[in-house]
Design a protein around this ligand. Structure first.
Ligand code: NAP
Length: 460
């Protein structure tokens, strides 16, 4: 019988990635009746993943989730080991030697590809890099976005597309008291963009915005939302979709589009945000940079809730100097961990990592977007992490129960030998305090450090 999970032999779990799913997994482990020690390893010096660098700066309420994560971090059974890249600084074998179980909660760091000619032209960007840039993520600090054309196009109609187009649509006054990075605020202040086109490959009944996010477009200081009435005509399958009680969010979205289509244009506003449907980019054209987008008109085919967009062959041209592909995130592989390249996820059964042939890989677990793909809001990750932790605890007898593992001490020894400056939660709190102080004089919740060297200089 296993004594794992007792005071003499606590269950030691490493979590890779400090976003919402990582913290919710830590919470579920700490709340269990077993004796458990949890260490979260994080690549950046700053924790909280997409809550810090994905959630839009003008959505500060959503960032309140951090308060809960800070509570979890206060537990004596919790440690943060930040500024450490798993797969490079620490191998999976070294983690498996140090801990009984590893949970990968490293999210979806990359993006899906459109697969059209001209996709990589200057002026065509992923939403991922733009979001990272305006949120001060060190990976995107040096990106440059040329906002000198008057037309911007966003491909995709999910909440990330809503964030990107709203940031482009807002005035500096609407943004300057958020935690948007200063370099982004300076560039946006010079923006010449007047028309923003948010283009969906399917119809208005299939847009993936949430109503709250879409409603905000009706409340912008200097931008009018525009929807053409003729674009709101539904086929019978879409009408059946909207009539389903369980599809109330899509009905609310459709009603908002109808409301936007009824608006009398406000001539005092200098920007317009157009929502268009049933079109896919076929080609991006330009010499040294993007100049024009060829869009193919689509029609829907399939049963209600399974309708897909099919090209009709009919095309239109749209002159635009900048385009953001906002068609979904994608996970990236970690050396030594199985990876399903088609889905961009770690193959798993309810969070237990498997090989591609479906066989379980001992000690390895996963939760969040890298487990199920990039869907759902922050809270969705809680149930996902709880499911994984329940499986892990069910597996207690299989987790090399007789072995007392060294845990964080072994990791610190390896990192110190390699001279890797790992950061604890207390040290992060010093960086955090400095960011808040820097924001104070500007009336911002914080001014983020956007370079790793700047963060490290606070604790050196
Ligand atoms: P998403 O909700 O999955 O939306 C992706 C969009 O891209 C859809 O409109 C999709 O159309 C379209 N698309 C996919 N492949 C395409 C292609 N090849 N060509 C043209 N269009 C294509 O993804 P997301 O916006 O990246 O958001 C990810 C998750 O984060 C979502 O669950 C979202 O709600 C959440 N999120 C929430 C908030 C918030 O709560 N405020 C903010 C940001 C993100 P189809 O429907 O036809 O596939």
């Amino acid at each position: 019988m296993s004594n794992l999970g007792t005071e003499d032999n606590p269950l030691l779990v490493a979590i890779v990635g400090s976003g919402p799913s990582g913290f919710y997994a830590a919470e579920a482990l700490i709340k269990s009746e077993l004796h458990i020690k949890v260490d979260i390893l994080e690549r950046l010096p700053a924790p909280f993943g997409l809550v810090r660098s994905g959630v839009a700066p003008d959505h500060q309420k959503l960032k309140q989730a951090i308060k809960l994560y800070e509570k979890i971090a206060e537990s004596p059974d919790f440690k943060l080991i930040a500024n450490v890249t798993v797969g490079t600084d620490i191998s999976i074998k070294e983690l498996c030697d140090a801990y009984h179980a590893i949970i990968f909660t490293c999210g979806a760091e990359s993006d899906r590809k459109l697969g059209v000619h001209g996709e990589n032209l200057k002026g065509s960007y992923t939403a991922t890099e733009f979001v990272g840039w305006y949120n001060g993520h060190p990976d995107y600090r040096n990106r440059e976005f040329d906002l000198s054309d008057d037309v911007a196009v966003i491909i995709g109609q999910g909440n990330v597309a809503a964030d990107v187009s709203r940031i482009l649509s807002k005035t500096i006054d609407e943004l300057k008291h958020t935690d948007i990075a200063q370099h982004a605020l300076d560039t946006l202040a010079e923006s010449k963009i007047k028309e923003i086109h948010v283009i969906g490959r399917r119809g208005p009944a299939q847009a993936k915005f949430t109503p709250k996010e879409l409603r905000e477009f009706g409340e912008l200081l200097d931008c009018d939302p525009v929807v053409l009435k003729q674009d709101l005509i539904l086929n019978s399958e879409s009408a059946r979709e909207l009539a389903e009680k369980s599809n109330i969010a899509s009905k609310k979205i459709y009603d908002l589009f109808c409301e936007f289509s009824e608006r009398v244009p406000d001539t005092a506003k200098s920007k317009k945000c157009f929502f268009s449907f049933l079109m896919s980019p076929k080609e991006l054209i330009g010499d040294s940079k993007l100049e024009k987008i060829i869009l193919e008109k689509n029609k829907l085919s399939g049963e209600p809730f399974k309708q897909s967009a099919r090209g009709t062959g009919e095309t239109i041209e749209l002159d635009a100097g900048i385009l953001f592909r906002s068609i979904g995130y994608r996970g990236i592989p970690i050396e030594g961990v199985p990876f399903n390249d088609n889905w961009g996820t770690i193959p798993n059964d309810k969070g237990r990592v498997t090989n591609l042939d479906g066989n379980l890989v001992p000690q390895l677990y996963t939760a969040g977007w890298i487990k199920r793909g990039p869907s759902g809001i922050i809270g969705t990750n809680r149930a996902c992490s709880v499911e994984t932790v329940e499986c892990l605890i069910e597996d207690l007898d299989k987790l090399k129960s007789d072995t007392i593992k060294p845990g964080a001490q072994a990791i610190y020894t390896i990192l110190n030998k390699k001279k890797i400056r790992h950061i604890s939660f207390d040290e992060w709190k010093k960086i955090d305090a400095k960011e808040i102080e820097q924001g104070d004089s500007k009336g911002k919740p914080r001014e983020k450090f956007t370079r790793i060297s700047e963060m490290l200089s606070v604790i050196e």
